[in-house]
Design a protein around this ligand. Structure first.
Ligand SMILES: [Zn+2]
Length: 248
């Protein structure tokens, strides 16, 4: 068949039934950004792909690229299946929200290898922490740290070091999505309050690896989530699902 073969690593972001036995996949790859592909016959019992074209699988995948934007899956090997994650409803929900955020914020073929690596690290952490009783290790704080790092990769990092409107470095009291960061008392019109703990969480989460993401009280995390949402709405016209669901 005409066209060319593409070999790449990929994380399955989404997998949708198509026709009698096929699936359409949204994949995130290090070098080609988001890719859509069709996997033919994958829902038949004896498919050679087995169950590995399901969401969150990290694969070494072979695709055929023809004239259509939809590539065809011709081979797939599992790099990581994250099996523990799949047995924990909170981890599964976290993985689903993380993949949805990547799918919607990075929907083009522009390569962002850092985003691929970030997503794999986040899935690995959810897998490692799956099954832990109670605790906050699967909760809102790590989910928001992940989102802040996505903002960084998308070039949408909120300005945190000085007032985003006037440059003042003291008396930073609010956050404004329109201004693109924290604002001072003189510029606070149209902003919402951002307390010291939320501010500290944002700067620390952006500066540390995902595995060392800080914690914060729930009220502060609420402010952080609001700041992330305001930034995405103003600068990417995007509204994501809440960072955690009812299990967070
Ligand atoms: Zn100001």
């Amino acid at each position: 068949m005409a066209g060319r073969a593409v070999k790449t690593e990929a994380v399955v972001l989404r997998s949708m039934r198509y026709g009698e036995a096929d699936r359409i996949l949204h994949l995130y790859t290090p070098d080609r950004g988001r890719v859509s592909a069709i996997a033919k016959g994958v829902r038949r019992a004896r498919s050679r792909f087995g169950g590995r074209l399901e969401p969150f699988f990290r694969l070494r995948i072979e695709l055929h690229e023809g004239r259509s934007e939809l590539l065809t899956v011709t081979g797939a090997q599992t790099v990581q299946g994250y099996p523990r994650l799949r047995g924990d409803v909170r981890a599964l929900d976290g993985a689903s929200r993380a993949c949805d955020a990547v799918r919607r914020l990075f929907e083009t073929s522009e390569p962002h290898p850092g985003v691929f690596n970030l997503l794999c690290r986040h899935l690995a952490l959810l897998d490692e922490r799956a099954g832990e009783a109670g605790g906050t290790s699967l909760g809102r704080a790590p989910a928001l740290a992940f989102r802040l790092k996505l903002l960084l990769a998308a070039g949408l990092t909120p300005q945190l070091s000085a007032c985003a409107a006037c440059g003042e470095r003291e008396h930073l009291v609010g956050f404004s999505g329109a201004a693109g960061g924290v604002v001072c008392a003189a510029c606070e019109a149209g902003s919402f309050p951002l307390g010291q703990e939320a501010y500290a969480f944002m700067t620390e989460a952006l500066g540390r690896p995902l595995i060392d993401a800080p914690g914060a009280p729930d009220r502060a995390l609420g402010e952080v989530e609001r700041a992330i949402s305001a930034t995405l709405e103003h600068h990417a016209h995007l509204r994501l699902m809440p960072a955690v669901g009812q299990w967070g």
